[in-house]
Every structure is written in C-alpha cells, then in structure tokens.
Design a protein around this ligand. Structure first.
Ligand SMILES: O=C(O)CCC(=O)N[C@@H](CCC(=O)O)C(=O)O
Ligand SMILES: [Zn+2]
Length: 343
C-alpha cells in the first residue's frame, strides 16, 4: 500500500507515475486537521478543517510532456502533505494523463484535451477516452458534493509546444454571452499572465467543461514552452506558484487594482482545422505564437486549399500540422480592448 510513503514523503507524483491507470482510493487526516482523499491515480483532494468558501481545481499533465505545471503541483502537494502549507480552501489536484507523463509525450493514443464535455461519450476504446470520463466525474463530485452557491475555479495548467511572443497566456473559454471577469484578469496578472485569448465557440477542453457545466472561473493557462523534467527554469513560475498558494491558503486575496493597460487581450478570429493528410504551414517550427501576418499572406495549406490571412495582424496560436484529421491545427487571433462585456 502506498499510504505510508505518501504520508511521509508527500510524493503523490511518483505514486501516480508508478500506477499509470488506477490507484486504490484511500483517505487520512493531516496533523493540522486537513482531510486528504486519494480518489484515483493522479487525483487527490484536500479539505481543511475550517470554514471554506471556495472549491478550486488545479490540473496539470493533461498533456504529459508539459512538465513545468506538473512540477509546480508536485511542490504544492508535497508542502500540503508535509504540513508546510496550510489550506483555507478545498482543493482538487489532478495529473491528467499519468502514462503520457511516463512516456514524455503529449498523449498516448489521443489528445485528452479534446475529449471533454461529451466528446468521450459512448467511446471507451482507448485509455484517454476512459480517463476523460473519470476526470469529468471526479470534478463533478468535487464541485457538487458540497452546499450550493460556493465559489468554483479550475485552472488547467499547460506549457505550449512553440515559443511565444507573450511567454505566458491564458485561454478564457467561451462564456455563451456571459461577461468576462476583470477579477480573473487580475488573478492571472498576479500569476504573471497578462495576455488572454477570448474564445468565441464551445470546445471539448477540460477548462471549457468546468466553465460550462459548473460555472467555474476556468482557464487553460500556458505558462511557457514545453521542456523535459529538470530543464524548467522554476524561477519563471514563482509568481504563478505564489499566487496559487495565496488562493488556496487565504480566505480572500487582494489583487492589484484593475487597469486595462496592464493586459493584452485577443479575440479568436478563426479556427483552422486539418482536413487533409497533406497539411502544412509556410512558416518554420521556430515561428512563435502571436506572430502576426499581413492580409493576403499564406497561413496554411490543407490539401488543395490555401488559407490566407484575411486581416492585417491576424496572429497565429498553437500551430500544429500533426494534429489528427478534423482537429484544430491553428487558431488565429486579433487584438481586442476591454469593453462593456467585462464586469
Ligand atoms: O502549443 C500548442 O500547440 C498546444 C498547447 C496546448 O496544449 N494548448 C491547449 C489549449 C486548450 C484551449 O484551447 O483551451 C490545447 O491545445 O489543448
Ligand atoms: Zn497542453
């Protein structure tokens, strides 16, 4: 049984990596009264023994090779279990795809972050489809097993394949007409994230699932560029880590006063899917996210179809020519200002 090791080392990451597909649930109480529930491999819940008002999900390793967020969550979990970090809020940590961590790949059979919000339904043909269904049910139980009306948040932590002009940025899932929150932008700024992309359509991502199904303040947060374990400059994640520590260990957190000029905001202009085997970009792998193109410049070639920039400054995000057929190969964005849709 792993419990003795977990209690003494706090190393839930290693236990998760040693149990790629499942882990016997168990629970125990820390000396400070915090209840620890191991729900499955990679899924651990902490409930402090005090009045809490917030339910916070922190996920990483939805893509297994995105190691910096895994290291941040590993540090937080170890500090909590060792009693060095005392919680004031309920927290659910999730390592999304343990096997893909072990093989150092984005995914094993299928991109887990395209399987949420119903996309896995009636499909359990591969481990990622099975895992998506389980993760949805763990998040549902976490948010709904307590009284209604509590504050909910889910920060799904990633790193990007390419470099980015704006090193850290967040994706704000489509809110179906509900207003974007300035308070969330202030939280993100405190994390070192001043760039936010506003999505304009539904998605099958983990953050969209929590936003849509549970009204959580949810984001995909890109913290830098993908690096193997041990090669991350952890100093560049310190602001993010300290902001997360404050969120989970304080009753309320004060952020810097909102100032629109602190942010670079973008709205998604369009999504370009790969529909043909023969799909390519005219720019090299070294072209970074947020590179802008002039109207009429070639953005992608999908079989016989050439896709050209339609407006000056149309900028590329997440270009990936190797995605599965039918999936998003590229997002383009254009700048936007804070307007009446922000509260
Ligand atoms: O750098 C890349 O090409 C991908 C980085 C990544 O994993 N991004 C997420 C964004 C999810 C979202 O749109 O909210 C993903 O592609 O799943
Ligand atoms: Zn990712």
């Amino acid at each position: 049984m792993y419990l003795d090791t977990l209690k003494t080392t706090g190393d839930f990451l290693t236990i998760t990596r040693e149990n790629e597909f499942s882990l016997e649930p168990s629970q125990f109480i820390l000396a400070n009264g915090t209840e620890v529930k191991v729900i499955d491999t990679g899924v651990i819940e902490f409930s402090p023994n005090c009045k809490t008002t917030k339910d916070i999900v922190l996920s990483s390793a939805v893509h297994g090779n995105e190691t910096a967020p895994i290291e941040i969550c590993d540090q937080l979990i170890q500090q909590i279990i060792k009693g060095q970090l005392e919680l004031k809020q309920r927290v659910l940590f999730i390592y999304g795809n343990p096997k893909s961590i072990n093989i150092g790949q984005r995914f094993v059979d299928e991109n887990l972050n395209r399987l949420f919000n119903g996309a896995h339904e009636n499909r359990s043909e591969n481990p990622e489809q099975v895992r998506a269904a389980k993760l949805e049910s763990y998040v549902r139980t976490f948010f709904t097993s307590v009284e209604e009306g509590r504050y909910r948040a889910h920060y799904d932590l990633h790193t990007a394949i390419r470099g980015s002009k704006n090193e850290k940025f967040a994706v704000y899932p489509f809110l179906h007409g509900n207003p974007w929150k300035k308070s969330q932008l202030q939280f993100l700024l405190s994390c070192g994230v001043n760039t936010v992309l506003m999505m304009s359509s539904s998605a099958t991502t983990f953050s969209y699932f929590s936003s849509r199904q549970f009204g959580a303040d949810a984001f995909t947060v890109e913290l830098g560029q993908v690096k193997p374990f041990g090669q991350n400059n952890m100093a560049s994640f310190e602001a993010t880590k300290q902001t997360l520590v404050a969120l989970i260990s304080q009753d309320e957190v004060e952020y810097k006063e909102f100032n629109a000029s602190d942010f670079e905001l973008f709205t998604v202009y369009r999504t370009i899917n790969r529909t043909c085997e023969d799909f390519s970009f005219p720019f090299p792998d070294s072209a970074v996210n947020f590179t802008g193109f002039g109207k009429g410049e070639l953005l992608a070639t999908d079989g016989e179809t050439q896709v050209f920039a339609e407006v000056d400054g149309e900028a590329i995000i997440f270009p990936n020519a190797k995605v599965a057929l039918g999936q998003r190969a590229l997002l383009t964005v254009i700048p936007m200002e804070v307007n009446e849709n922000f509260v």
